[in-house]
Design a protein around this ligand. Structure first.
Ligand code: SF4
Ligand code: SF4
Length: 336
């Protein structure tokens, strides 16, 4: 059996169920060179993965560019950014095209939308992306989110009815959203406003309304490696998700995930090695306690320690995304 593919909502874009989540290649995690990251991506693309997820934040455009130079059939590329107005949106979009050497970006999303109010604050950027879509420079637009509310809000927008969620806000161009990239794992770890069950219901409703969905954090960033089988079974049972983005750092890991997503048996040794791996966010000694990273954690896992004034991590909340690492200019934080 080969890696299955699914249509991403009504975009006409067909993606492999396994999406290469490139965050793990970048500076906050494995910190691979573009050449090595490009090799890993090309390895996956040659074996049926046709979908890669990145973001301006991840600093993995060079890795994707390196891979794109070596493959005959380009994969579907999704990126996202924190732009909020026309100018920041234009800059982010231009940077993505330039850095990956692409004329057209397949999916371009607003990154980490937390609520309907957050959507409202980013509507100018979304309008810019819609304009680029009309020109044929983006194929599909949408959002990524760690929250249930934006999924419900875009579903309502698409259905053309606003209720209390949108209050007196104008849905505007959000009715044109095509894609949502939501966080969903079996325990709901990392969800900022609800449970796994609520996200399952919200994402099913979104899919029914015609939105394309691809999930993230099925392993809770690594928390569920010990419960790998349960976490994987839950993710693969989410039929409303066309794909799941999974971070991978070696050829063996890629091959194992391709087999698992294809319903094939995997080498028991590889599986045991994956289950026994543990990941954590490391805070280095030289943390000054400036607090700049704290607001960058949507999971509210960071605070300042009263004991030594340095930042401390709540491991029960942290999904090991590494986003806080990008906020620290002193390179104190790293997911290992
Ligand atoms: S980890 Fe970095 S940003 Fe966070 S408090 Fe420490 S020095 Fe500041
Ligand atoms: S503490 Fe850092 S790695 Fe953990 S969830 Fe927050 S932003 Fe992500």
């Amino acid at each position: 059996m080969s890696l299955p593919r699914r249509l991403l909502g009504q975009t006409g874009i067909e993606v492999s169920r396994l999406c290469y989540g490139s965050l793990t290649l970048g500076p906050a995690q494995a910190n691979l060179t573009p050449e090595r990251g490009g090799e890993l991506l090309a390895h996956a693309f040659a074996r049926g993965v046709n979908f890669v997820d990145t973001a301006e934040l991840y600093e993995t455009y060079p890795h994707i560019r390196a891979a794109l130079r070596t493959v005959a059939t380009p994969p579907i590329v999704a990126s996202k950014c924190y732009a909020y107005d026309r100018e920041t949106a234009r800059r982010s979009f231009d940077q993505a095209r330039l850095a990956m050497d692409l004329d057209v970006i397949d999916l371009f999303l607003l990154h980490e939308q937390e609520s309907t109010l957050t959507l409202d604050g980013h509507r100018e950027a979304f309008a810019y992306f819609h304009e680029q879509k009309e020109k044929g420079l983006i194929r599909a637009i949408g959002i990524s989110t760690h929250a249930v509310e934006p999924v419900q809000a875009l579903t309502q927008a698409r259905q053309g009815h606003a209720d209390a969620l949108w209050r007196d806000l104008d849905i505007g161009l959000y009715r044109e959203a095509d894609v949502i990239h939501p966080l969903l794992n079996w325990r709901g770890l990392g969800l900022i406003d609800g449970t796994a069950e609520e996200m399952v219901l919200a994402t099913r409703a979104a899919a029914d309304a015609g939105l394309g969905l691809y999930g993230m954090k099925m392993l809770g960033g690594g928390h569920f490696l010990h419960e790998f089988d349960t976490a994987l079974a839950f993710a693969l049972a989410q039929d409303q998700m066309a794909a799941y983005a999974v971070g991978m750092q070696s050829e063996a890991e890629i091959d194992m995930n391709i087999a698992l997503f294809s319903g094939l048996a995997v080498d028991p040794g590889d599986l045991a090695a994956t289950r026994s791996r543990s990941r954590r966010l490391v805070v280095s000694d030289w943390c000054t306690g400036c607090g700049a990273c704290i607001d960058h954690c949507a999971a509210k896992a960071l605070s300042l320690s009263e004991a030594d004034g340095k930042v401390k991590v709540d491991p029960d909340r942290c999904v090991l995304c590494g986003y806080c690492a990008y906020a620290c200019r002193d390179f104190v934080l790293k997911v290992v």
